[in-house]
Design a protein around this ligand. Structure first.
Ligand code: DQA
Length: 164
């Protein structure tokens, strides 16, 4: 069963009341519930996490190397600014699907560039809470075409339990 980390960046804990005209009124808890329902239907396991700190997000990505097959990441504002997050994505060598609720290309110029999307396997942006559901489906489709085992054969990574 595929294991996926769904990781959320700063201020996404405020969803529901934060700029509802841009992000809607769906809370992060409601998004988590929808993601978990879809994961159950698609028979995968998800861990859902939100951190406001850049370092915490980097740590969560490092930790994912030990157990996850893929990551669905909403880096929030750090996607536009964080070299550390970008380097973490490159470093863990897990497929990362970047998601945004809003269409970052239809907003202010400073949001139109994502440092992290450049090292992700793909980007889904603009579908509100559905961006997460599409992101999970994209991550699973990617894994079906690039099974973890074949990536391991190339020396990419090994599960902790398998490396003992
Ligand atoms: C966001 C878009 C970012 O530009 C912004 O900083 C966020 C949310 C989105 O999901 O639309 O915090 O990642």
């Amino acid at each position: 069963m595929a294991q996926v980390l769904v990781l959320n960046g700063p201020n996404l804990n405020l969803l529901g009341t934060r700029e509802p005209g841009v992000y809607g009124t769906t809370t992060l808890a409601a998004i988590e519930k929808a993601v978990r329902n879809l994961a159950r239907r698609l028979r995968c396991e998800v861990r859902f996490l939100q951190c406001n700190g850049e370092g915490e997000l980097v740590e969560a990505l490092h930790d994912a190397m030990g157990w996850a097959d893929a990551v669905v990441l909403n880096p929030a504002a750090y996607g536009h600014t964080s070299v550390a997050l970008r380097d973490a994505i490159s470093g863990i060598r897990l497929p990362v699907v970047e998601v945004h609720l809003s269409n970052i290309h239809a907003r202010e110029p400073f949001r139109r560039h994502s440092l992290t999307a450049e090292v992700a396997v793909g980007l889904i942006s603009g579908f509100g809470a559905d961006s997460y559901l599409l992101g999970l489906q994209a991550a699973l489709a990617y894994l079906a075409q690039h099974p973890p085992r074949s990536r391991e054969a190339g020396g990419v990574r090994r599960r902790r339990s398998e490396s003992q």
